[in-house]
Ligand binder design. Structure first.
Ligand code: ATP
Length: 459
């Protein structure tokens, strides 16, 4: 992986690469854009999808104690009363321009942020939730909100999941979905936007075991980023002080990443205690406790919540992966993306457009496309084509040359080391599958011997 990525990169370079190569565009760009809303282009949608898939695979598919959920964005308005969002989000607020913490205007001694001393915005009666109307009549009776977090959809489904699965505490419910916040200050590209996606887990545990689970999840989530290529020294845990703890939290840590603009929150991990289930029990009149048949105990589970942002993760992976290397008189820009995150896994490059060569290359292309996102590129010199793929993080290029017509072999080139090996066409798919499937990809030896395969029996 990149050795100095975060320091080589500034936000302008990332934004420019994202626009130039079709990762991310401003929303409604032909109309001048819409403040802090972004559209993911052909490569961005793949990258984002891969981040979500990596999370789902590790947090849901790979675990015995987790199930998934996809709740609706619009929820009963009482949800937001019970959760504290309606009340908490409609105070006169100021926001610190530098650390973005919000303060109730009447609690400030002067116009500086009590946390970092930064300048604060003018005070405004502010509700962070987007309001809309359900049904044909726009009156207060039909007001609904776009959810500002996905978590509440999980809390209100706690009993449904208990009743329909055999999961028992300790277990979790995971969800990925859109959330909307009418943020006071936005910026730093996709870091803070008004429409974004979250990947949230609500993990239900027996009171008394919550501290241990909180520590477990903090480590687990840190490890997830590291396994996908973020260097440990670019991640930090920051504990919330007593004063900054949210009204629902007993303990909270932020996982911060060294973004180009400095250390900033990537994910929050909170011990929410029984706050949410108790609140929804009071508000709905429906009991949300759990009866343990074995111990004959009844309790309201405590909840540990690792809450990550999809878009912030995408940005962190891009920043971490970005690299520039001298390349004769030019600069080779490359993304050292983990293969499971790379939008395009393989590019098939015929050395020339001659029909004989194109025929073979297209066959290889068609075959590989059954397994992965693959690009076919026959425009310009092979060097330029390699650079184009490096810049979007494609781990492997398969080059079909004139010798391929003779020996039925092609060259596979690896992005980071630029190592090249010859592989029989019949073994290309298996070779790539082996290399794309695991973390051992990053220990490719310089001579590439480890992944040289014997020519199958055809000879
Ligand atoms: P911040 O203080 O940076 O606005 P937050 O503490 O309000 O974030 P949480 O409510 O803890 O954020 O939400 C959990 C995660 O959702 C965050 O760690 C972040 O990754 C993501 N997130 C929250 N708000 C936004 C936003 N406006 N744009 C993009 N991602 C967001």
């Amino acid at each position: 992986m990149s050795k100095q990525a975060p320091r080589k990169v500034d936000m302008e370079k990332i934004v420019s690469l994202c626009q130039r190569r079709g990762f991310i565009f401003p929303s409604s760009e032909i109309y001048g854009g819409l403040s802090s809303c972004w559209d993911y282009g052909p490569l961005g949608v793949e990258l984002k999808q891969n981040v979500k898939q990596a999370w789902w695979r590790a947090m849901v598919q790979g675990r015995d104690d987790m199930v998934g959920l996809d709740a609706s964005i619009l929820m009963h308005p009482q949800v937001w009363e019970a959760s504290g969002h309606l009340k908490g989000f409609s105070d006169p607020l100021v926001e610190c321009k530098s650390c973005h913490r919000r303060w109730r205007a009447d609690e400030l001694k002067d116009s500086n942020c009590p946390s970092c001393g930064g300048e604060v915005t003018e005070s405004r009666l502010f509700n962070l939730m987007f309001k809309t109307f359900m049904g044909p009549v726009e009156d207060s009776a039909s007001v609904v909100y776009l959810r500002p977090e996905t978590a509440q959809g999980i809390f209100v489904n706690f009993q449904n999941v208990l009743n329909t699965t055999r999961k028992r505490p300790p277990f979790g419910i995971a969800q990925i979905g859109k959330a909307f916040r009418n943020e006071i200050t936005t910026g730093n590209f996709i870091f803070r936007s008004r429409e974004f996606e979250q990947m949230e887990i609500e993990f239900f545990v027996k009171p008394g075991t919550d501290k241990q689970w909180f520590d477990y999840w903090t480590q687990e989530r840190l490890n997830w980023y590291v396994k996908l290529g973020i260097k440990r020294e670019n991640l930090r845990l920051r504990q919330h002080t007593e004063e900054e703890l949210a009204h629902y939290a007993r303990e909270c840590y932020d996982i911060n990443y060294l973004f180009p603009m400095g250390w900033s929150e990537l994910e929050g991990i909170a011990n929410r205690g029984d706050f949410d289930l108790v609140q929804h029990t009071k508000s709905s009149g429906k009991s949300l406790d759990y009866f343990d048949e074995e111990t004959r105990e009844r309790f309201v589970p405590y909840i540990i919540e690792p809450s990550a942002g999809v878009d912030r993760s995408v940005l962190a992976f891009l920043c971490e992966a970005y690299d520039e290397e001298p390349d004769n008189n030019e600069i080779r820009v490359l993304l050292h993306l983990h293969p499971s995150l790379a939008p395009i896994k393989v590019a098939v490059l015929p050395l020339s457009r001659r029909e004989k060569l194109a025929k073979v290359a297209k066959e290889v292309y068609a075959d590989l496309r059954q397994c992965w996102m693959v690009q076919y590129d026959d425009a310009q010199s092979i060097g330029r084509r390699y650079r184009r793929q490096d810049e979007i993080g494609t781990p492997f290029c398969v080059t079909v040359d004139f010798q391929s017509l003779e020996d039925e072999q092609v060259t596979i080139r690896e992005r980071d080391t630029m190592n090249q090996i010859r592989v029989p066409i019949s073994a290309v798919k298996a070779t790539l599958a082996a290399k794309l499937s695991g973390e051992e990809l990053f220990v490719l030896p310089p001579d590439g011997k480890i992944w040289k395969m014997e020519k199958p029996n055809s000879s």
